[in-house]
Design a protein around this ligand. Structure first.
Ligand SMILES: *[C@@H]1O[C@H](CO)[C@@H](O)[C@H](O)[C@H]1NC(C)=O
Ligand SMILES: *[C@@H]1O[C@H](CO)[C@@H](O)[C@H](O)[C@H]1NC(C)=O
Length: 365
């Protein structure tokens, strides 16, 4: 997600597609960390960067400057090799680059009113999508080659979105998810589900991508709040839980049971959900960790790993454990563990926390 230049020391933070690493951009350069150990793997001092995206654990990075140095234009995408330290290719655009996504076949570049889809090997443009003004570069992408979808906002006045199949470059469906414009959208790793929140931030909805039907609605809270991120637990099929972070500094976990109000709809493809958006709430197990990070500070977070146990096998009878790393734009890495026991009681522990700005390759946290 693109970030306006801010007073935070971290200008961008993103996890790679298999959640093994994360990259941050600062005013001085960019750094790559191992998600599991927190070890600093790579660092380059080269100026301010607003986008740093990895392609899995490969040496390829897509980087975009923040425009603070004359050579680092926010309109130029550089494909950079971390092993050789050399720019492989540069692509220049007419307006600032707001977001970049990649998988092993595609490179996607989001501008304010256009989205470009490239073949990542030949860098040939495969498709250009004219979008509604998308000043925040909102998008969701599922990197799996089996379900490679791209979702983009379809309106500036309501919360509707268009989902494209990035493999065959076709529009897959349109979904009317919220009454207010979208604030966050996120696809599950296998591309089966899409979660959305609007600028109001009170409701979170999940739709099935296959037929654009709504499968869940959750209430995050009754007063509005900015939802910073949404992410599904890693899973090929139905993910178990959805994680949300908000401007209040809270982390919310919603358990996804079997979808209670799945409506059947005949046609596959471009289906519009009727204009009356059903606000019926699904009874969800909803757990909140308050003050996970300081209120108002942007953060990027996801579920790195989910483990399930036979309830009696662990002394505390833990049946589900989720490992949740968080990167705050204030410059910290935190890792929480969320446990659910056999009585459905949940608990949180902070496993580690360290400063990303002072981390050095020689002194490991
Ligand atoms: C997306 O396109 C690919 C390539 O044509 C195709 O195999 C796949 O079935 C499509 N997915 C959906 C959900 O239509
Ligand atoms: C725990 O929650 C699940 C669904 O979320 C429910 O099916 C199960 O009966 C609950 N178990 C207990 C012990 O409450």
């Amino acid at each position: 997600m693109a970030n306006q230049p801010s007073s935070y020391p971290i200008l961008c933070a993103s996890f790679n597609q298999d959640h093994s690493c994360f990259a941050i951009g600062t005013r001085e350069g960019f750094k790559i960390f191992d998600c599991k150990t927190g070890r600093l793997l790579y660092e380059r001092v080269a100026g301010a960067f607003i986008i740093v995206e990895m392609l899995f654990s490969s040496s390829l990075l897509a980087i975009v400057g923040a425009g603070e140095q004359p050579s680092l234009s926010p309109r130029r995408l550089c494909l950079f090799n971390t092993v050789t330290g050399v720019a492989l290719e540069e692509l220049n655009f007419l307006t600032s680059i707001l977001a970049v996504r990649m998988n092993k076949k595609r490179l996607i570049v989001i501008l304010q009113e256009k989205t470009f889809i490239y073949d990542i090997n030949s860098l040939k443009i495969l498709d250009t999508i004219d979008t509604v003004p998308n000043p925040k570069g909102l998008c969701a992408f599922s990197p799996s080659l089996d379900g490679s979808f791209l979702a983009l906002p379809a309106s500036t006045t309501k919360g509707s979105l268009l989902v494209y199949n990035v493999s065959d470059l076709r529009l897959h469906c349109e979904i009317d998810a919220h009454r207010s414009p979208l604030a966050v959208l996120s696809l599950s790793s296998g591309g089966t589900h899409i979660a959305t929140a609007s600028e109001q931030g009170t409701m979170i909805r999940i739709h099935l991508v296959s037929d654009a039907t709504k499968s869940y609605s959750f209430r995050r809270g009754s007063y509005s709040s900015n939802i910073f991120s949404l992410s599904f637990a890693p899973a090929a099929e139905l993910p178990d839980i959805l994680l949300a972070t908000s401007s209040s500094g809270s982390v919310h976990v919603f358990s996804l049971g079997s979808p209670p109000n799945q409506r059947s709809s005949g046609l596959l493809g471009s289906i519009k959900v009727p204009h009356t958006i059903n606000d019926a709430l699904d009874p969800a197990q909803h757990c909140i960790l308050h003050h996970a990070v300081p209120a108002g500070v942007r953060s990027n977070t996801l579920i790195r790993k989910i483990e399930k146990f036979d309830g009696t096998a662990t002394p505390e009878h833990v049946v589900l454990r989720a490992t949740i790393p968080m990167i705050t734009y204030g410059g910290y890495f935190l890792e929480y563990v969320y446990n659910v026991n056999h009585q459905n009681k949940s608990s949180w522990t902070l496993e580690r926390e360290f400063n990303l700005l002072t981390a050095e390759t020689s002194s490991l946290p």
